[in-house]
Structures are given as structure tokens and as C-alpha cells.
Design a protein around this ligand. Sequence first.
Ligand code: 4AD
Ligand code: MG
Length: 429
Amino acid sequence: MKTTIRQIGSHVEETVIIGAWLANKRSSGKIAFLQLRDGTGFIQGVVVKAEIGEEKFQKAKELTQESSLYVTGMVRADDRAPSGYELSVTDFEVIHEAADYPITPKEHGTEFLMDHRHLWLRSRRQHAVMIIRNEIIRATYEFFNREGFVKVDPPILTGSSAEGTTNLFHTKYFDEDAYLSQSGQLYMEAAAMALNKVFSFGPTFRAEKSKTRRHLIEFWMIEPEMAFMDHEESLEVQEQYVSWIVQSVLKECPQELKALERDTAVLEKIQAPFPRISYDDAVTFLQKEGFEIEWGEDFGAPHETAIAESYDKPVFITNYPKDIKAFYMKPHPDREDVVLCADLIAPEGYGEIIGGSQRIDDEELLKQRYEEHNLSEEAYQWYLDLRKYGSVPHSGFGLGLERTVAWISGIEHVRETIPFPRLLNRLYP
Ligand code: 4AD
Ligand code: MG
């Protein structure tokens, strides 16, 4: 019976056929161990000369790495195997004999691996990260569907910017100028006025000249937007959502977390509610810790890491100065100088995974911001309309998928959290 490695547990002591690639092998005079992978998992195939015959055994020993095969064998439960099972191979058929595979089982440098990303994805570690990424996406849809959100797809090609004009990707749209979306937020606000609670999931682009472990040029964002919701209520959705995806990964991906040697005890603790600290208090804290930072300055990675170290859960830093945040954020009711916003900082030095805020709902104030930020009223007229026809308090946020995958997987750099990363100097493969 044809099956997959993932399903193999329901065929113990049965003979099965799997399509697989040879990830690695080792052999002696009488026995060969084939490390097989089929994309759904990894399993060891055991080939015994006395059972399979001289000729087939010789063929098994000569198999090249990444050759594709149909393998027939008896499924054995085995507690010592990482997957819990082993395959006693009774026969195999070579589909394609692979040429010399560049990614040998020895260590390789990062640039070499990045040049071979299309092949590197097959490795156990990269496989585990992609499965976890998929689980986070699945759990995201599950969470927002359950909570009554409608999935809405904002455009990728836009005529205006959402998050400032310094890192826009410019392109031509026939005779007009266009930009790749930095965030779907402004469109999601329009959608929330039509559908109440909405979320998007899509690619976003920022021509950021940053070469850090947290920055990609192309990354994927989940952007919920909620009508009739204030900032506090939005923070509650955020902590529920983040707890949900972490707990889902723990439940659905134990083998992948194990393959990544992730410390799951720290993830078990990620349960709502999350702590909150105001920007003001964060600055005071940092000054006490010896950082040279003044009120009004933005936080960098070292600041975020220092703040996060005081907690074993993600922490919300709330109410940043208006001057270092986006034009659309609603001012604090008691203070003109700060806005109703929060960044959610992940533990263990992974930095900001969410940026969110309550949005300005007053037409006059928004017009004033257009002037202060040099935004053309023409390009943003439609956005102003949302404050003209039944304006309501509304809030939303954006979660960066890759930083979240990095944190939950315990991966140092975001380049390993997306199948084909776009980095400052990498557009290949
Ligand atoms: O904080 P940001 O810029 O917020 C927005 O874009 C809002 N419009 C979202 C909203 O309210 N709908 O970005 C949101 C998140 C960050 O917290 C971070 O996780 C991620 O997107 N992010 C990046 N991830 C990888 N590479 C980059 N260059 C990123 N820039 C932001
Ligand atoms: Mg931000």
C-alpha cells in the first residue's frame, strides 16, 4: 500500500510503499541504513543483505544522495527512532539517480547555503521551519475565522504609502507611478468599515537598507483591523492571538521543535495576558540600565532586547511619542505628545513582532496630519472619506510572520524563516 512517512504510524507491521529521496546513508558489509525523506517526514530504512540479496544490497550501497526512490518495506515501531518508526526495506526501485549533490552532510557556510536555497530547503532543519511556518498560518486562519473576522485581500500595487516614504519600492504603473505595498492597513481600515472585523495575510515590501537578523526586504504580514474597538481591546485580541499560535505549534509540531532543539518550556509559558509597559517607563528603565537614551528617541534592537529580558512572555510597549510613529495613530486622550499604540516585543531577543494602534477617526485631525507629513490630500482622499461617512473608533495591528516564525522556532536569523528570502543583496535564487 502506498503511503507517506507522516502516515506511517497507522501501518505498523504492514508492508508499505513510499516515494522518497535519500537524505543520507551509512553501511557496513551486511547492513545499510538509508535516511529517507518524502517531504512529509524522515525515516530510517534498514537494508539487510541476507534478506534483500547480494545484487540489490550492492545497489543500495551505491545510491547517491538525493536520488529518488520507491521503497517497499515493513513498518516497525521503534522507540529509539526520532520518528518512532523504522522501515525494514524489502525492495526499492530507483526513479532518478541524483548527480553529485552540493549540500553534503558536512558543515557549509551561510552564503553557500543561501546560493543553494532551492536545495537547502530539503534539509531537516529547513523542513522543520517551513512546517512551523505553515502551522502558524493555519492557526492564524483558524483563530480569526473562529473570532468572526473576514479575510480581505488588500492590493499589492498602490498609489500611496502606508508607513512613510523612505523605504518604498517604486515601479511604473503604465504612465503612472506606483509602489509595492508596505502594509495593507489603510485598505483594511476601509474593509473594516464594510465588514466590521477583517484580517489580511499577504506579502509586504520595504526597501530598507538594514542588514540585520530581523529585516527582510519582502516579508509577510497578518493585519487585522476592527471597527468599534479601542486600543485596549485590540491588545487583548493580540495577546489571545499570539498565545493561540504558540500553543498550536507546541501541539501540532513536536517533532519539528525537537529537530530544531527548541526549548519548549519557554514556549509553554506564552499564555495571555501579556505584560504592558509604557514608553515613558521603558525609557526610565533603560536609563537605569545604563543606556544613553532620551525621551523621544526610538528604540533599537539592544533596547528592545533589554526590556524583553525582564519578562518571560512577550511585552507590550505602549504609548510611544507621536513624532516617532506613523501619521494615522490616534493621540492619547490625556496627552498630545503620545499616541494610542503598542509594539509587542518577543522574548529572547527576537524584537518587535507586532506594531499596532488605534487609528485617528477625526477628519480635521487627519487632515492636519496630512499637512504635517506632506501627504497629498488627493492621493489620500479616499482614506479621509472613511472619517467622513460614519466614522467610528477602530484599531488594528500587523504581525510580522517571519519574526514570529524565528522566535517560535528558535532560529537566529529571519532569512531561514521564508522559503526564498529577499535580502539587501540577494535576489537569487
Ligand atoms: O510596525 P510595522 O511597520 O506596522 C505596520 O506596518 C502597520 N501598518 C501594521 C498595522 O497596524 N496594520 O510592521 C508590522 C510588523 C513589525 O512588528 C514586524 O514584525 C514586521 O511587521 N516587520 C518586518 N519583518 C521583517 N522584515 C522587515 N523589514 C519588517 N518590517 C516590519
Ligand atoms: Mg513597527
